[in-house]
Every structure is written in C-alpha cells, then in structure tokens.
Design a protein around this ligand. Structure first.
Ligand code: ADP
Ligand code: MG
Length: 288
C-alpha cells in the first residue's frame, strides 16, 4: 500500500501510493513522516523583511545531540535562523522540521493548529543576549513560572526541579534574590536554568555572553560546557567566542550575507578554511 521514498539527503518518508477518497486515521498516519533522523532541518528556507533578503536558500540539518555553532559577520542572518527555529519568525519560502514535523504546515500541508504548534515549539528552548528575566519575580518565581503555567506542573514539582536546575548552574543560594540583585553572569545562568527546566530537546543560544564583561562570560560558558558535555540536548549556538566554539562544537557553520558559505568540523574551519571570506571573518574576530 505504501512506498518508501528516499530523498537525496537520506531521509525516509512513508507515503500512501495513491490518495484515497476517505481520510481514515490509518491513511492520515501513513502521510506522517517517520521519526526524522534530524533534530532540526531547514529545507530551502529564505526569509525577507520587505525587499531585504536576510536568508537565502538555507538547507541545514542538525542531528539529535549535535552541537552546532553558527558564526559570521553581524547582519549575516544568524539570529534569524534561531528565531525561525523558535517560530518567532516565519520563513518567506521553505519549510522547517523539528524531529521530522513541520513547524509551519503540519504533516498534511495545512497550517498547524495552535495546540500542535505549541507542542512542537516546546521541544525548543532559547536563551538571548539580554537575559529577559522577569524583574519583579524572584529567581525561584522566574524558574517556576513556565513549568506551572505552560506545563501545568504542581507547585511542589516545579519548586523541586527549580532547585535541581539552580544547583546545576551553581546558584542555589540565590533562590530568593531578584534579578537586579544578581550580576549579569548570574542572571544569564538563571536564564539558562529557566530554559532547561522545560527540558527542551533543542537549545538555541544567541550570543548569550555578548552583553557580559569578559570575566563574567567565563562562568556562563562553563555552564554551557557542562550542558554540552553532560546532556543529550541538541545545541544551536551563535557566539563570537571562537575558542569556546572550537572546543564545544561538533560543527561550525559560517554565514555571510544570508548564505552558508562553508561548514565543517571546528579544527578544519579554524585552521584551514576554504573560503577567503571565512578567513577574513576569523581574522577580524580573533584580532579584535
Ligand atoms: N524584524 C526585522 N525587520 C527588518 N529587518 C530585520 C529584522 N530582523 C533582522 N533584520 C535584518 O536582517 C539581517 C540579518 O539579521 P540577523 O539575523 O539579526 O543577523 P545576525 O544575527 O547574523 O547579526 C540584518 O540586516 C537585520 O537588520
Ligand atoms: Mg544576531
């Protein structure tokens, strides 16, 4: 009844051979993609703001558990990639799949129902350059908010896991502090804990140390290092911290003017890049 179609990048879908007139549950499930090999996948994605094309024909696949760092000059489209993954923006063209499910069109070519979008969206978490903690809430309240309101966890459950994640980022002692009473580095570690408490399978980190003094950036990078080494979370990182990127990433993807100009293992990209533009970019960030 069904045929298996192999696409060029090795992904398999099972699709019904012919569309029957009725849409039985069995048929609908036959239309669903099988569990994808990829945690996240951009298929021919372009994004324009008015006439300004900020991403052009992006094809990017990230394996579950892979740690991928996006680098490139300011304005090259890196943040837009993360915002698309988080459904904060919609592509002008193309599709984005999270564990094989389109976050735009569902599996049958129709717009996603809100509840389904929310479910897929919850598989991703994001941390921003500006920590975005709620200033009028304590650390504990910041952490408990989403688990209790979005996930419907009991207060006891949410409080217990808040303490676990605070321990993970080394800030248990700050549980009753307000954000303004913390250093920028501590606030960012809380923001990481707040993202992790929702147990995202994909964590998107957008220049999370760029607003910090160098001596505070280190403590935040240490937390990300331990997340990278001790969890199976898929990481998509945008950073200008090249030493950190080299150490923590499985793959570096270099953007310029909305396009991927090259990608590969960190040792290759940092010691022997193929593109002159990569070389020029690396020189500019390494010498500043
Ligand atoms: N909401 C928006 N409206 C208009 N232009 C935008 C918007 N968001 C981003 N851009 C533009 O898109 C380009 C890429 O931005 P961005 O993805 O933030 O790049 P990067 O993170 O690499 O610095 C920039 O030229 C930026 O000005
Ligand atoms: Mg950016």
């Amino acid at each position: 009844m069904s045929s298996s179609i192999e696409f060029s990048h090795g992904k398999r879908f099972v699709r019904a051979a012919a569309a029957p007139s009725d849409t039985t549950e069995a048929h609908r499930s036959a239309l669903k993609p099988q569990q994808s090999a990829y945690a996240i996948e951009f298929e021919n994605v372009s994004k324009a703001f008015g006439a300004h094309r900020v991403l052009v024909d992006l094809d990017l696949q990230v394996q579950p558990g892979e740690k991928v760092t996006l680098i490139g000059p300011s304005g090259s489209g890196k943040t837009t990639v993360l915002r698309l993954a988080m459904t904060l923006e919609k592509p002008t063209v193309g599709d984005i799949k999270v564990f094989g499910e389109s976050i735009l069109y569902g599996t049958v070519g129709r717009p996603l129902p809100r509840s389904q979008e929310a479910r897929i969206r919850r598989r991703c978490g994001m941390v921003f350059q500006q920590f975005n903690l709620f200033p009028h809430l304590t650390v504990l309240q910041n952490l408990m908010l989403a688990p209790t309101t979005v996930l419907g966890q009991s207060k006891e459950h949410a409080e217990k896991s808040s303490f676990e994640y605070l321990r993970m980022v080394g800030l248990e002692s700050k549980v009753h502090a307000y954000p303004a009473q913390l250093s920028g580095g501590q606030q960012q570690r809380i923001a990481i804990a707040r993202a992790l408490i929702l147990k995202p399978e994909i964590l998107l980190l957008d220049e999370i140390t760029s607003a910090l003094d160098p001596e505070l950036a280190g403590e935040v990078l240490d937390v990300v290092r331990s997340v990278a080494h001790e969890t199976k979370v898929t990481l998509l990182i945008v950073t200008h911290e090249m030493r950190f990127a080299r150490e923590v990433s499985d793959r570096i993807v270099v953007f310029d003017a909305g396009r991927v100009i090259e990608q590969g293992p960190p040792d290759k990209i940092f010691t022997n890049p193929e593109s002159d533009r990569t070389r020029a970019f690396l020189q500019s960030v390494l010498n500043h």
